[in-house]
Design a protein around this ligand. Structure first.
Ligand SMILES: Nc1nc2c(ncn2[C@@H]2O[C@H](COP(=O)(O)OP(=O)(O)OP(=O)(O)O)[C@@H](O)[C@H]2O)c(=O)[nH]1
Ligand SMILES: [Zn+2]
Length: 203
């Protein structure tokens, strides 16, 4: 089952979720952990969680072409890189957040097709706002850019801290997971990849 986004009027859009179902489930979880879902502080929690999920998982109702709407022809065929795009996603194993930054770069094709810089950050959100694993999110961002812009190459590097590894489980605060996806020229040319990596790391 999939749900559409309600409209484009909010910055991220909200998914149309099955609100009563989430409310029932959250109420059940509260009971299962021994809480009283009818105490004052928890009364509105099920509906709050439903609203939060509609925002947190909005990417499930979006596709790359919903956000990569502006494609210009420009006289530029050199690398474009947006660094340090803040990422908030949800680990699909534990449904707790992972967060950090994404760096997204591409080399336009011979026609000089480029997109708006903000669209790269919006594309990150399309895939971050889903139940995710970091590796898949990284590849999806790269593949979507390849498909829509048909550039000479794409590089995506994501650095995140997973709360499932810090607040629970193995409890290793500060541990960062770094994933990358390289396509086209970034994969075939060591020099191009090294140039991008030096821009990404040069902070
Ligand atoms: N590869 C990958 N693993 C992830 C990601 N997010 C969470 N995980 C891991 O998913 C694994 C799930 O392991 P399980 O043994 O099934 O679950 P668990 O018993 O809760 O594991 P622990 O976290 O070690 O307590 C854990 O090792 C997590 O660290 C991710 O984005 N990518
Ligand atoms: Zn997890």
């Amino acid at each position: 089952m999939s749900f559409p986004i309600d409209d484009g009027s909010t910055p991220t859009g909200h998914l149309k979720v099955d609100t009563p179902r989430i409310e029932r489930a959250v109420r059940e979880i509260l009971i299962a952990i021994g809480e009283d879902p009818d105490r004052d502080g928890l009364l509105d929690t099920p509906s709050r969680v439903a609203r939060a999920y509609a925002e947190q998982f909005a990417g499930l109702g979006q596709k790359p072409t919903d956000v990569l709407t502006t494609v210009f022809d420009a006289d530029h065929d050199e690398m474009v890189l947006v660094r340090d795009i803040e990422v908030y996603s949800t680990c699909e194993h534990h449904l707790v957040p992972f967060h950090g930054v994404a760096h997204v770069g591409y080399i336009p094709n011979d026609k000089g097709q480029i997109t708006g810089l903000s669209k790269l950050a919006r594309l990150v959100d399309v895939y971050a706002r889903r139940p995710q694993v970091q590796e898949r999110m990284t590849s999806q961002i790269a593949d979507a850019l390849m498909e829509v812009l048909e550039p000479r190459g794409v590089i995506v590097v994501v650095e995140c801290e997973h709360l499932c590894m810090t607040m629970r489980g193995v409890r290793k605060p500060g541990a960062k997971t770094i994933t990358s996806a390289v396509r086209g020229d970034f994969r075939s040319s060591d020099k191009t990849r090294a140039e991008a990596m030096s821009l990404i790391l040069g902070r």
